[in-house]
Design a protein around this ligand. Structure first.
Ligand code: NAI
Length: 270
């Protein structure tokens, strides 16, 4: 259902890889709600060409950018404002990757060059995006910027290895840049801490199926889907949440406040 929540708003959506991606679902919902936006992803991620289908459906242009490259981001923001004919109202940062996780490195055996890469791609890129937006004065007042996080920033999930540190940094960047952008332009910055979700990045984490099922059984509402996450993200881009900023917002069916659930007790007692 559409409520026209983003009518007249212009945005940049990072991270739609394929139709399972959270960013893909956000793009579909943003379109339904009347937004105009450009899509972007790392040049290497576009080789599959899936994003073209989304672009066609949403009548959106694609601008390749490696989010770790300030130069690429400068080009992205310049072109996005040209294409959209004005400043930006919303940005989705839906980017994450850990070479250590991809290559099966355990926490006690991390490759530190890859660790830095994880931090650069999954956390510092968020700072770089906002830095370029600030330098180009690309944001409209009362704009909204959202990145996606995971509860491993606060709690220990051993298979999440260096991504847990990246998420902690990401959330800290949201708070600190949230202060700065709020003072400067009344732009709000938040992270959404999402349930485990069956996407390329998600299922790449070791033991994903187990912690997906565990979270599902722990949460009174079950795991939040990518579609639910898209709906929540749209509310944060809309004018209905203008005073929400610097927050890490749990979107997890109740998981984060649970100690133990009856479903888990039952499973263990079997
Ligand atoms: P996905 O694999 O569909 O999306 C990750 C995206 O990051 C891809 O589009 C990829 O091309 C992009 N990316 C990687 N390196 C990049 C770079 N250098 N420059 C620009 N883009 C780059 O997976 P998903 O799950 O949709 O991930 C989106 C966000 O949601 C990530 O931040 C992830 O950590 C977060 N998240 C995912 C959860 C899950 O269980 N799937 C749970 C909580 C948070």
């Amino acid at each position: 259902m559409s409520y026209n929540l983003l009518k007249g708003k212009k945005g940049i959506i990072f991270g739609a890889l394929d139709e399972k991606s959270i960013a893909w679902k956000v793009a579909l919902r943003a379109k339904e709600e009347g937004a105009e936006f450009v899509l972007t992803n790392a040049p290497i991620a576009m080789r599959m060409g899936e994003i073209n289908k989304l672009a066609e459906h949403c009548n959106a242009q694609i601008i390749p950018a490696d989010a770790t490259s300030v130069e690429d981001l400068e080009n992205l923001f310049t072109k996005a404002q040209e294409i959209l004919g004005g400043k930006i109202d919303f940005i989705l940062h839906s980017i994450g990757s850990s070479p250590n996780i991809r290559k099966g490195k355990e926490y006690g055996d991390l490759n530190y060059d890859w660790f830095q890469k994880t931090l650069d791609i999954s956390a510092l890129s968020f700072h770089k995006v906002m830095h370029v937006a600030e330098k180009q004065d690309a944001m409209n007042e009362w704009g909204s910027i959202v990145a996606l996080s995971y509860i491993a920033a606060q709690r220990v999930f051993p298979d999440y290895t260096d991504m847990s540190h990246a998420k902690a940094v990401l959330e800290s960047i949201a708070r600190n840049y949230g202060y700065r952008f709020g003072k400067m332009k009344k732009v709000r910055v938040n992270t959404i801490s999402q349930s485990p979700t069956k996407t390329t990045a998600g299922t790449g984490v070791g033991g994903f199926d187990a912690f997906y099922d565990y979270a599902d059984k722990m949460s009174p509402l079950g795991n939040a889907s990518a579609e639910d996450c898209a709906n929540y993200t749209i509310t944060l881009f809309s004018d209905l949440t203008r005073m929400v900023t610097m927050q890490n917002l749990m979107h997890d069916g109740g998981f984060s406040y649970m100690g133990i659930s009856e479903d888990i007790v039952e499973m263990i007692s079997k």
